[in-house]
Design a protein around this ligand. Structure first.
Ligand SMILES: [Zn+2]
Ligand SMILES: [Zn+2]
Length: 140
């Protein structure tokens, strides 16, 4: 089953083949800033499952905590968040749940779903009882 999506201006389109490994809802301060809201919702795939077409811009962020990089991808025309790759998880990439044309298949009942870094969760961002929560990352 292919899942398609893209940016708001239509410049970038993507197709994800098959099911994701997991869905991570990240409440860290960095995800709050890069998304401009309470958390990032990242659908995690193996890189080979995802095909991206159109011009994509990248920004490399180096964590001041871990010293490792994350490459954020976004549309250079409209700025839509298109997920990231990270040094800590080679061979994987994320796509943001909200950028799929029809995100209704993304559900806590269907995929492993986790809230991480809830230590920096905003008080106005409620947690679903269907989803596991971790103060920091689920990887120790
Ligand atoms: Zn765009
Ligand atoms: Zn985060």
């Amino acid at each position: 089953m292919d899942h398609e999506g893209g940016c708001v201006c239509g410049n970038v389109r993507f197709v994800a083949a098959g099911e994701p490994l997991r869905v991570t809802i990240c409440h860290c301060a960095w995800c709050q800033r890069r998304t401009g809201t309470a958390f990032g919702t990242e659908v995690v795939f193996e890189s080979g499952q995802v095909t991206v077409s159109g011009e994509v811009a990248r920004y490399r962020h180096v964590s001041d905590q871990s010293g490792r990089w994350l490459d954020i991808e976004f549309c250079p025309r409209c700025g839509t968040n298109l997920g990231f790759t990270l040094e800590a998880a080679p061979g994987l990439r994320t796509l943001p749940a909200g950028a799929f044309d029809d995100p209704s298949w993304i559900a806590a009942e269907r995929q492993p779903f986790r809230h991480v870094f809830v230590r920096s969760r905003r008080a106005w961002s409620d947690l679903s009882p269907l989803v596991e929560t971790y103060e920091q990352h689920f990887r120790p």
